[in-house]
Design a protein around this ligand. Structure first.
Ligand code: TXA
Ligand code: MG
Length: 556
């Protein structure tokens, strides 16, 4: 099978030639074939929505998951009653104002729409695209056209006929070339089967315009963030990693000057950058795709998929993307970028969530840190950092040398044992050392925190909470465990005798000490490290969410 190519853009008034092409295009659809069609949003991969077998072929050509329903495309509101049950008056109000245009309404379906089209749901998405050629083809075909975006499933949507050929050549009967898409992001999906109506996908029609006409609209959780395990989005398609180029994407939100700065700090020679025109000059070494001016969301919407797509042919290993604010088309543009990033988002200007962990040996601090790492945290091991600084931070070495004369040998090496003996002999001296270390570590830690804007940082500090490090944390957490469990864990972990394990524990501060000084306690009585790690993940997920909420309210 090869792909036919209809270029309907410039037939210069040859009405007959155009009519012929529209007739053949409609014929393909009527006969159960697949035809890519232009719309104002993105190109669609069309088939007769009433023909279950034709619809099945759409899923096959795209490699689309079977549980993801299709939108049917019609020529106007007069088609609503044919395919939908109990159509509310609101649907007609919306259709009158916004059709043809980038609005899909979810309504109850009539049985004439086959299960294949709606993936078995009792609702159906209906939209009237604003493209004269496609409207003419649907009118000529006389049936609604089921059409998902014409990309291979998981890839960025297609905004030109060339994009479609790249993904679909050989798999479909024809492509109708209607020029580049004017809007560039898919339609806004509004569920009218609930009250208040619910935004399932932000798109080419801004939420504000809908709200101005019909009042309050609920925004589905899948629009702004990643869903948790077991959570189901109302638009099944919103759960898939989407629009994704092959290299991992990080989205940076916030004021453009700030997000540009964050990206500058992070890029390397193999990074790709998606940025507003004004900032392209900051990335002379990187592969750059510009989105248009920071103030021009219409252009950004037109370019966003092309920008994401373009990286697939290049050798970049990671991609950073600037992101517009959520107003107007920004909500849809940001949503597509964030979905491409699997919601890996840094917030420029926002502080990271910082958690300080402490606790004695064998309690489970390492597992707790692993849990945090799996939630995306950068873990800073203060002990390792301290030793690294002792080796190469001149000021720190000098100050320690002044406070504790003789701890540095003639060869410049630190005599750790001697320093240990000195400070553990007196509380004042230990405090002195802690404060020196903290004084020098603080700027380094602050730098790392600011690199992690909007992210998550875990500070692993067995003894430094005393030094004042807790002031940098949103919460300090004592990881504790029942004594007998700790003894057994240490014996197994380090292959030592029970007696020695008990000795090691008694040489450390008791759980009580950590418990009193920390904001929270995470007690580890789990049977296995894996079970505790899972428990810790749940504990931290809740905690991080509440800290983020606090931070957001603090700013209002
Ligand atoms: O702009 C657009 O809407 C484009 C052009 C071609 O019209 N089409 C498009 O279709 O974006 P697609 O299949 O790529 O995305 C349709 C989205 C999916 O997330 C799907 O889960 C959701 O709409 N959807 C379809 N029917 C639904 C229903 N009955 N209930 C909830 N969500 C539905
Ligand atoms: Mg799609």
């Amino acid at each position: 099978m090869h792909t036919l190519y209809f270029d309907l853009r410039d037939t210069k008034g040859q009405q007959k030639a155009i009519d012929d092409k529209i007739f053949s295009a409609a014929k393909i659809l009527r006969e159960g074939g697949l035809l890519a069609i232009p719309t104002e949003t993105v190109y669609g991969l069309g088939a007769n929505a009433l023909d279950a077998e034709a619809v099945r072929r759409i899923f096959e050509a795209k490699g689309r998951p079977q549980d993801n329903p299709l939108i049917i495309h019609v020529t106007g509101q007069q088609w609503l009653a044919r395919y939908c049950e109990d159509v509310p008056p609101l649907a007609y109000v919306l259709a009158r104002k916004f059709w043809p245009g980038p609005l899909t309404m979810i309504l109850k379906r009539k049985p004439v729409i086959p299960d294949q089209t709606t993936a078995g749901l009792d609702t159906v998405g209906v939209r009237c695209p604003n493209h004269p050629v496609t409207l003419a083809i649907i009118r000529e075909a006389g049936v609604p056209i089921a059409a998902p975006s014409a990309n291979t499933s998981g890839r960025p949507s297609c905004t030109t006929a060339q994009d479609v050929l790249e993904d679909m050549d050989g798999k479909i009967a024809g492509v109708v070339d209607g020029g580049p898409c004017a809007v560039g992001v898919e339609s806004t999906i509004l569920d009218l089967t609930c009250d208040p109506p619910r935004l399932l996908r932000p798109g080419g029609l801004p939420l504000e315009e809908l709200e101005r006409l019909i009042g309050k609209i609920e925004v589905d959780k899948a629009v702004t963030g990643m869903l948790g395990e077991g959570e189901k989005p109302r638009a099944p398609g919103m759960k898939y990693r989407h629009y994704a180029p092959k290299a991992p994407v990080t989205v940076v939100t916030g004021a453009p000057e700030k997000s540009a700065q964050i990206i500058v700090q992070r890029v390397g020679p193999t990074s790709g950058v998606i940025c507003f025109d004004e900032y392209a000059h900051l990335f002379p070494q990187q592969v750059v795709q510009t989105l248009g001016s920071a103030s021009d969301k219409q252009t950004q919407a037109q370019r966003v998929f092309d920008a994401l797509r373009s990286f697939d042919g290049s050798a970049v290993t990671e991609i950073y993307a600037q992101c517009p604010d959520n107003r107007g088309l920004g909500l849809a543009i940001g949503n597509r970028l964030k979905k491409a990033a699997g919601f890996h988002v840094l917030e420029a200007g926002a502080e990271p969530v910082v958690l300080g962990l402490t606790g004695g040996t064998g309690a489970g601090k390492t597992s707790a840190l692993r849990a945090l790492e799996s939630l995306g945290a950068e873990v800073i091991d203060c002990d390792a950092l301290y030793h690294q600084m002792l080796d190469n931070n001149r000021e720190l070495r000098q100050e320690i040398g002044n406070a504790f004369p003789g701890v540095f040998g003639a060869d410049g090496r630190l005599d750790r044992q001697r320093l240990g003996q000195e400070v553990f002999a007196s509380k004042e001296r230990l405090e002195r050392l802690n404060s020196i270390v903290f004084h020098h570590m603080e700027p380094e830690l602050r730098r790392r925190l600011s690199d992690n804007a909007g992210g998550l940082v875990a500070i692993d500090a067995i003894s430094l909470l005393e030094g004042g490090l807790d002031q940098m944390c949103d919460r300090t957490i004592a990881v504790t465990a029942p004594l007998e469990l700790r003894v057994r864990r240490i014996m197994a972990r380090d292959g030592i005798s029970e007696q020695y394990a008990r000795l090691r524990i008694s040489a450390q501060k008791p759980d009580e000490y950590y418990r009193e000084r920390c904001d929270l306690e995470l007690n580890n009585a789990a049977e296995s490290a894996e079970a505790f790690e899972e428990e810790a993940k749940r504990f931290f997920t809740r905690l991080i969410e509440s800290i983020k909420e606090e931070k957001a309210h603090g700013k209002e």
